[in-house]
Ligand binder design. Structure first.
Ligand code: ADP
Ligand code: MG
Length: 339
């Protein structure tokens, strides 16, 4: 069942359109991530849903009812930012229980709820701590628990993990997914970070210059990017036009996007596609190469484990079929095929 529905939502500042005719919906209990580069209008979109930015056109509905004229504090939504914005002078427990106490819940009820929420976010026993004694990741967990404590109908998350370092971000993204799923929370997350979006959301909407350019289940957006820019933004390493793609794959195909590990390189042994090494860089897993493939051009490639290559060396490459995506667009004919 659709809970949140945006139809033709636009927001402009001094005539400059920042959110442009956005259609989106979030189903009850699901998590939608809006993924787009910095400045594309994500925070503005989230603020519009929260009732903090007026729409220039369009409609935002909740359970079928139009939210126009419903002020922020009556929407029943919670907003969580990159820097959790905790009250520094209040303990963790008081931060989390704040909204429920304002709602008039009893002291005992709030204490029990806070304990449950601390367990949910993996911080059991932290209730008496002050925010300044916590790590960045712990603070974001507290901020999340505080957002959930108000029992929002919708949780709005603005780059909730972006301020954390990469390793922690990955772990917390998985936790965030579990926490949202276990608590049955309906959420709209905006982020510029592909990994965060993929780790947390059920569905993904790709945003560019105020518009939604693609929307669908995270897996299918990843597997079938709508165009070259989207593919590169999603983390594909390169896009080949139809001619180069056809030469590489040996069959007629439209443009293709290659993931970073889509091309494997190894010593020349009579099989594979001939190529010349342009550069080789060892990494803890396997060598990373740039190779020039005959008839195709330069590609990134991953070396066979333990193998070291020199620039100029002739090698053989092969394509990992599940690591490529065919993009919409006309196919080229294989070279040498009948006209
Ligand atoms: P994102 O969150 O994707 O980085 P934002 O929604 O914050 O993007 O901003 C989108 C564009 O709108 C930017 O060009 C930004 O400068 C502009 N913008 C955001 N808020 C305002 C505002 N209150 N007044 C004028 N311009 C704004
Ligand atoms: Mg933003």
């Amino acid at each position: 069942m659709v809970s949140l529905e945006l139809q033709g939502v636009s927001v402009a500042f001094d005539g400059a359109v920042v959110v442009d005719a956005v259609d989106l919906s979030v189903e009850d209990g699901h998590v939608l991530a809006v993924l787009g580069p910095s400045g594309c209008g994500k925070s503005t979109l989230l603020r519009a849903v929260a009732g903090l930015e007026p729409l220039t056109s369009g409609r935002i509905g909740w359970d079928g009812a139009d939210l126009a004229g419903v002020p922020t504090h009556r929407r029943g939504f919670a907003l969580m930012f990159q820097d959790g914005q905790l009250f520094d002078h209040l303990t963790v427990a008081r931060n989390i229980g704040y909204a429920r106490r304002l709602q008039g819940a009893s002291r005992a009820a709030v204490r029990a709820e806070v304990d449950d929420l601390l367990d949910l976010v993996g911080l059991g026993g932290y209730g008496g701590r002050l925010p300044r004694t916590l790590s960045g990741g712990e603070r974001q967990r507290v901020a999340l628990a505080r957002s959930l404590a108000a029992r929002p109908r919708l949780l709005l998350l603005d780059e909730p993990l972006s301020a954390l370092d990469a390793g922690l971000r990955g772990r917390l993204a998985a936790d965030l997914r579990r926490i949202l799923t276990e608590s049955g929370t309906t959420a709209l997350l905006v982020t510029h970070d592909q990994d965060e979006a993929f780790a947390v959301a059920d569905r993904l909407a790709v945003m560019r210059e105020g518009r939604i350019v693609q929307e669908g289940p995270t897996g299918s957006v990843w597997a079938h990017p709508a165009d070259a820019d989207t593919a590169l933004f999603l983390g594909y390493a390169r896009v080949l036009g139809p001619r180069a793609a056809t030469a590489l794959l040996g069959r007629a195909t439209g443009p293709v996007a290659l993931r970073p590990a889509a091309v494997l390189a190894g010593p020349e042994r009579g099989d594979g596609i001939p190529a010349t090494v342009r550069s080789f860089r060892p990494t803890p897993d396997a060598g990373r190469l740039v190779v020039s493939v005959d008839g195709v051009g330069e590609l990134d490639a991953v070396g066979v484990p333990g193998w070291v290559a020199e620039p100029g060396q002739r090698v053989a490459v092969r394509v990992v079929e599940h690591a490529i995506a065919v993009l919409p667009g006309a196919a080229a004919e294989p070279a040498g095929s009948a006209p």
